[in-house]
Design a protein around this ligand. Structure first.
Ligand SMILES: CC(=O)N[C@H]1[C@@H](OP(=O)(O)OP(=O)(O)OC[C@H]2O[C@@H](n3ccc(=O)[nH]c3=O)[C@H](O)[C@@H]2O)O[C@H](CO)[C@@H](O)[C@@H]1O
Ligand SMILES: C=C(OP(=O)(O)O)C(=O)O
Length: 423
């Protein structure tokens, strides 16, 4: 089993170009299936979730050729609409194949998707949207068969603003007959990126970024060359790491506008920030201040994907804060691990009470999900002594060579296979 060994207490300094966004790349790679031909997608982060998407596309018959962060996909060779169960269960984003395959071929066979253990993650809204577009859905022994002779535009109200359901319905509806309206749609920047990608392919979608997305069905789409937006959560994670270590970093290839709620929170805690164009300068410094209540919300509110990292930062402030996780009902597993590192936290009913401490200390900890892992690495960088972070498979889902990135900033972090001599 792999682990990170981190010698903490060293401020991060330097410049990093932020990777492309996982949560934009995954639906866009799935959406390439909508048009047969040669696509080129650039700035795709090399992550294990992207590898799974690559394996699914290949299993469907797509030919993929990688060159660094660029992939060329030949999608006219599609040969099946059944996604292998073993791949389906490796990540949540396998569900993104449903909309495009249904739109292109009129059929898709999947199982329920896997993903990090951060709470119940049903797919009822995805299925509701596809049914309203005219799909017939049968579930039998865990297999979901979705078919439609013809998809027809519909008025779809989402009971809650699900990012994935908004995207899946957008992809299913681009070639449906007539107009589809998604109401109470999620507004995340990655949905705007998907809209831009679909429109480049010849679709007619507008409203992404608001709570009403309108899709007018078109007859045909064509393949394109496209660049993925920067990852606002990776940028936020690195910003928090700089602040808690008392360092100073420059992030390039960021869209600060996508990070407003995170940046406001960092400023309230006492970090110094400056943004210009696609660059963001971040400096930690004097003792950080508590910020009161933080609540995770759909965009543009404070993102759940930054919640564990912010718990680390708030653990190191002077005073008390309270964090409420409102998106997922099981996303506080890092709290127990942070307590082992000396944080003074009490978790109950998806809420954490945080009493700031002057410092954390190294411990052996386990990443139970992607952002919990990022938070533990961040804590390890700030802590005195040595931290061992296990469960790197979760971290590798979302961060492209996180150890190498942090080393470039002067972080003392090494990846080891197998056992390592004790602290
Ligand atoms: C690949 C990707 O983009 N992942 C992001 C996406 O996940 P994902 O798209 O899975 O998250 P959703 O926005 O769908 O989930 C939000 C809430 O809606 C619930 N829900 C969702 C779908 C459904 O059919 N029924 C239902 O009840 C979920 O359980 C959750 O409580 O948005 C999340 C919320 O910002 C982020 O944490 C993930 O990083
Ligand atoms: C929960 C996350 O991703 P996914 O939806 O892919 O599980 C995340 O990126 O933090």
């Amino acid at each position: 089993m792999e682990q990170f060994v981190i010698k903490g207490g060293k401020p991060l300094y330097g410049t990093i170009r932020v990777q492309g966004a996982k949560n934009a790349a995954l639906p866009i790679l799935a959406a390439t299936l909508l048009a047969g031909g040669f696509h080129e997608i650039r700035d795709v982060p090399r992550l294990s979730d992207i590898d799974v998407m690559d394996r699914i596309l290949r299993a469907l018959g797509v030919k993929a050729r990688w060159d660094g962060n660029r992939v060329k996909l030949e999608t006219s060779t599609l040969k099946t609409t059944r996604i292998p169960e073993v791949l389906m269960q490796q990540m949540r984003s396998s569900i993104f194949l449903m909309g495009p395959l249904l739109a292109r071929t009129g059929e898709v066979i999947v199982t329920r998707p896997g993903g990090c253990a951060i709470g119940a993650r049903p797919i009822d809204l995805h299925l509701k949207g596809l049914r309203l577009l005219g799909a017939e859905i049968q579930e039998d022994h865990g297999h979901i068969r979705c078919s439609a002779g013809k998809l027809t535009g519909a008025d779809i109200h989402l009971d809650l603003p699900s990012v994935g359901a908004t995207e899946n319905i957008m992809m299913a509806a681009v070639c449906a007959e007539g107009e589809t309206v998604i109401r109470n749609a999620a507004r995340e920047p990655e949905i705007v990126d998907l809209q831009r990608f679909l429109n480049r392919m010849g679709a007619d979608v507008h409203g992404a970024g608001t709570d009403k997305v309108v899709i007018r069905g078109v007859r045909q789409l064509h393949p394109v060359s496209y660049e993925i937006i920067p990852d606002r959560i990776v940028a936020g994670t690195l910003a928090v790491a700089a602040v808690v270590t008392g360092g100073e970093i420059l992030l390039t290839h960021v869209i600060p506008d996508h990070m407003q709620s995170t940046l406001q929170l960092l400023e309230r805690a006492g970090a110094q920030l400056k943004s210009e164009g696609d660059a963001l300068w971040v400096r930690g410094g004097a003792r950080l201040k508590a910020v009161g209540d933080v609540v995770t919300e759909p965009y543009p509110g404070f993102p759940t994907d930054m919640q564990p990292q912010i718990v680390v930062l708030l653990s190191l402030t002077e005073g008390k804060s309270k964090l409420s996780e409102k998106i997922f009902n099981g996303r506080l597993k890092h709290v127990h691990e942070l307590i082992r590192m000396g944080a003074d936290l009490t978790a109950r009913d998806n809420q954490v009470e945080i009493r700031g401490v002057p410092h954390l200390s190294g411990a052996v900890v386990e990443a139970t999900d992607l952002r919990a892992g990022a938070a533990l690495v961040t804590a390890g960088l700030a802590a005195s002594g040595t931290t061992h972070v296990h469960g790197l498979n979760h971290i590798d889902r979302g961060y492209e060579r996180l150890d190498a990135t942090l080393q470039l900033l002067g972080g003392q972090i090494q990846r080891y296979h197998g056992k390592v001599a004790s602290l």
